[in-house]
Structures are given as C-alpha cells and as structure tokens.
Write a protein that binds this ligand. Sequence first.
Ligand code: ADP
Ligand code: MG
Length: 373
Amino acid sequence: MNIFKITILASLIHFLYYNNTMKNVKYKLFSEEPVQIGPESGYDNYIMAIESSCDETACAIVENGRKVISNVVASQIKTHAQFGGVIPEIAAREHMDSINIVIEEALKQAKENANLEPHDITAFAGTVGPGLVGCLLVGLNAAKTLALTYDKPFIGVNHLNAHLCGNYLDTDLKPPFMALLVSGGHTQIIDVKSYSEQTILGETIDDAVGEAYDKVARLIGLPYPGGPKLDKLAQEGNPFAYKLPESKVDGYNFSFSGLKTAVLRLVKSFGGKDIPVNDICASFQETVSSTLLHKLKKALKQSGYKQVVIAGGVAANSEIRKKIFALENEGYKVFAPPMKYCTDNAAMVASCAYFNTNTFDDIDTEVFSRVKN
Ligand code: ADP
Ligand code: MG
C-alpha cells in the first residue's frame, strides 16, 4: 500500500471514530466479523453475562443494557456461613457445580420470556475482576466458551463498573451523575461523566464499608454475612446512644478501621455483660451513613450534578438509603438499584458490557484479583 492510500485509510478511520460510528465495535471470535454493540448500534442487543467473582454464581440476559430478560443467581451464603466468611477454594468448587445450571436456567427463562435462542445472543460477557481468582476463572471461561461456541464477541467486564451499571437496569438513568459504590470490597465516590468515562474521586484507605459492617457484626457475635443482620438490629436501637468517631481523612477518601476499633473498645467496656447490641449497631450505622453522606454531598456540590447513584451490596442498607434518598428534598434525583441488583448478579454485568467501552474484549484476557485501571 502506498503512502497516499495509507493516509486516506487513516483519515477514514479517524472520521468514523470521531463521529462515533465505530464506537464500541467488537469482533466475532471465529469469523472475525465486526459487531457494533451499545446504544449507537441501531438494533436490539441481547447480552448474556456471567458473574462469579465471589460467592454468587449468576447468569443473565439483558436487552439493550436495561431490560432484564432473565436473571438467575445461585448464592453460596449458606455454605460459607458456617466458616464466618468466604473460603475461596470452596467458593470456586461451588461455582463449578452451579455454572451450567445457572446458564441453562437463564436460557430457559429467555426462551419463555422473549422466545430467545442462544444464537440470538449478540455477545457473551463475563466478569474479569476484581474478585477471587479461582472463582473468576470459572465464570470467565464459561463466557469465553459460549462466545467461541456460538461465534459471537466476548466482552470482559470490570466488576466495579458493573455495580454502577446495576442502576441502568429497568430505569432511564443517563450520565453524568455522582456515584457512591459501597460493597464488601470497595468504597468509592465516582464521577461518572459518560457511559465509559469515570473518575474515582476518593476511596477507602483501609476497610471497605461492607468489610467494616461484617467485622463489627462478628465482634458482637452475629453470624456471616453480618452486614444485613447488623442493619436489622440497628433499626431497633438509638442511633445517638454512643458518639463514635467519624474519620478525618482528607478529600473524598474514607477510613473505617478507627471506627471499627472504637466499636471494639465500646463492646469490651461492658465486660461481656448486658451489651446494648441494638444501640451499638444503631450508633455504628449512624456514623457510617453520616460519613458517606457528607463526602457524597461535597462531591455533588463540587460537580454541579443533579443526579446521584448508589451501588454495591451495602447500597441495600436501610439507613444509607434513607439518608441518600433524603437528598431528593434538596433537588437531587437519586437512583439506587432494587435489592436484587445491589448484591452480585449478572444483569449488571450484561448492562456494563452494553454501555461501557472500557471492556476487556481480548479472548486471552486473564482474570485479576485487584482493581485494574
Ligand atoms: P463484594 O462484591 O465486594 O463482595 P457485594 O456487592 O456482594 O460485595 O456486597 C456484599 C457486602 O454487602 C457484604 O459485606 C454484606 O455484609 C454487605 N451488605 C449487604 N446488605 C447490607 C445491609 N443491609 N447493610 C450493610 N451491609 C450490607
Ligand atoms: Mg460485588
């Protein structure tokens, strides 16, 4: 090819890209045909996704990033409860036992609900990380195998981006918005400028909120997973019974380990007798939810955004929801996924594969345990 032809080709690619016509193009795995994915594709996309990053094996099919056609989740909570936490090796083995069952069930529901067959699926997606490596491998390899089998594109998804996308399911939410991501492993304030442009403004420097909930729950003797149980007891207690320390970390970052230690000291001060569990839970919950709200409000004011989103397993928390939904009285529009899309599920992964262009589409993509930017 001479230099003239190369210049014309380069200009054409540049033109197509910047006019968004080539945005989010994926390739079928065998035939290598290009497939445009996402809101600009001009046709209905059906994405089948698999999630297996921790202790839920899940498969879902979602139409155009928002309409859930099927959503199947097999939870391992009962298995891990006896150990007081997730045991990675056991979790990976349970994923192996459940993966085919959830895939078959998702396909069955898609047939019943929308008359969809596997060859109608536009692309197959899977969670790449962060998560437990042995667990991720099971779901990711299943997604890759399906993509190869049906000659469709494979889309690898970041689990944290997927949690945010849980808010697109069954709603008409569009960026920009400010997001608070609170889960067992992460606590972040994220500026979501567009579907694929996100900036992490702050995060925890030690324990994640969910982790703090689970640890505090354990030290007052609640069974795993302690977060939801602590939330229930907190609703019966006095949130102002004990003054616990709010973290003094700069900017939009968080720290919860000091608070956890303060609760430990408080519990010990009762010498094992007549511990006012409900009041301690309520005071802990009040401190956590106020800290989150203060930082989120600061970020909202700074950005000028009028929309706010909460995501992640801890977004199921009653007091955190209450405080953030109260922002509606100050003129903000608040989005929070229903409980089934807060905790780990595959519908949010499918939505992310549709909307977010920052995906890991190479079939050789490997799983990762920690956040990858
Ligand atoms: P991850 O993906 O990081 O493992 P998830 O998004 O699955 O986390 O959320 C699980 C976490 O959410 C657990 O730490 C659990 O205790 C916490 N959680 C769930 N429901 C509540 C609740 N109502 N209040 C507080 N924490 C909760
Ligand atoms: Mg999660």
